[in-house]
Design a binder for this molecule. Structure first.
Ligand SMILES: [Zn+2]
Length: 263
């Protein structure tokens, strides 16, 4: 009985407000089919952070809306709202990132990032810095994909480097920054020798405090790479080249951070 009353109120409310439309800058991250013709979209927006909104009849063959909100496309979207989530009523692509969508490596990396991002971000918590970090990440991956298409030397490791840089910068914006200059346990200055890393402890550990049973090793070049990521914009990092051991070690370190944040 209570449910019926709520339903009637909802309907009336949406009739009264059916013309209220809201515009957002959005990056499409995920979609699910929710009935024969409808979909539920997940966007990260500049104005409201993460939002999930249904789109009606978007799977019908003549519907043009679906192409405007493909995964990892930057669009301007319009949501018609009564109460609740509202309904996606329009979208225009700002940047499609064509080459990224044709590149296997780019899609693999971005898919990993999407899973991490959606598991740690709450809905309706906006952060402009995170939005533009996403936009820049897509831009950089697209640029690398373009370079690879023209065969001018974009290697898999560069996709990996920019993805790790994106994740470390995202973690920082979410409040997870890690010590790289001083040991996070005894605060001694970190020497240029093999040290350790632990997200749970708060960053790099000096050789005295490091216990290999629990943490991963980190070489001086990897510490330098993390410092560069911590202090530079993503766009400038695309020009940095690091050697393969650093890519591999960064992979383990970012995984260590992910595991700790997503615990
Ligand atoms: Zn120490």
């Amino acid at each position: 009985m209570v449910n019926e009353v709520v339903f009637i109120l909802d309907e009336k409310y949406s009739e009264i407000n059916e013309n209220m439309k809201y515009n957002y800058h959005a990056i499409a991250l995920e979609k699910f089919n929710i009935s024969e013709a409808d979909r539920l979209y997940t966007f990260f927006t500049l104005e409201r952070g993460l939002i999930r909104v249904p789109a009606k009849s978007v799977r019908k063959s003549k519907a043009k809306l679906a192409a405007q909100v493909e995964d990892f496309v930057f669009s301007h979207i319009t949501i018609a709202k009564g109460c609740g989530r509202g309904v996606l009523s329009g979208a225009v692509v700002e940047k499609y990132f064509v080459e990224l969508h044709q590149n296997y490596w780019a899609l693999q990396h971005i898919d990993r990032v999407r899973i991490i991002f959606l598991s740690i971000i709450e809905e309706n918590d906006s952060d402009e810095r995170i939005f533009w970090l996403w936009a820049n990440y897509l831009e950089e991956l697209n640029h690398l994909s373009k370079k690879q298409q023209k065969d001018v030397g974009a290697h898999e490791s560069q996709f990996s480097w920019i993805t790790h840089a994106f994740l470390i910068q995202l973690f920082i914006l979410l409040g997870y920054d890690f010590a790289t200059v001083h040991c996070c346990v005894c605060y001694d200055k970190i020497n240029e020798i093999r040290n350790g890393f632990s997200a749970a402890k708060g960053g790099v550990l000096c050789s005295k405090c490091f216990c290999s049973e629990y943490f991963c090793y980190i070489e001086p070049d990897t510490i330098k790479a993390i410092r560069i990521i911590q202090t530079n914009k993503l766009q400038s990092l695309a020009k940095v080249t690091v050697h393969d051991d650093v890519y591999k070690q960064l992979d383990r370190i970012v995984y260590n951070i992910e595991k700790w944040i997503m615990r």
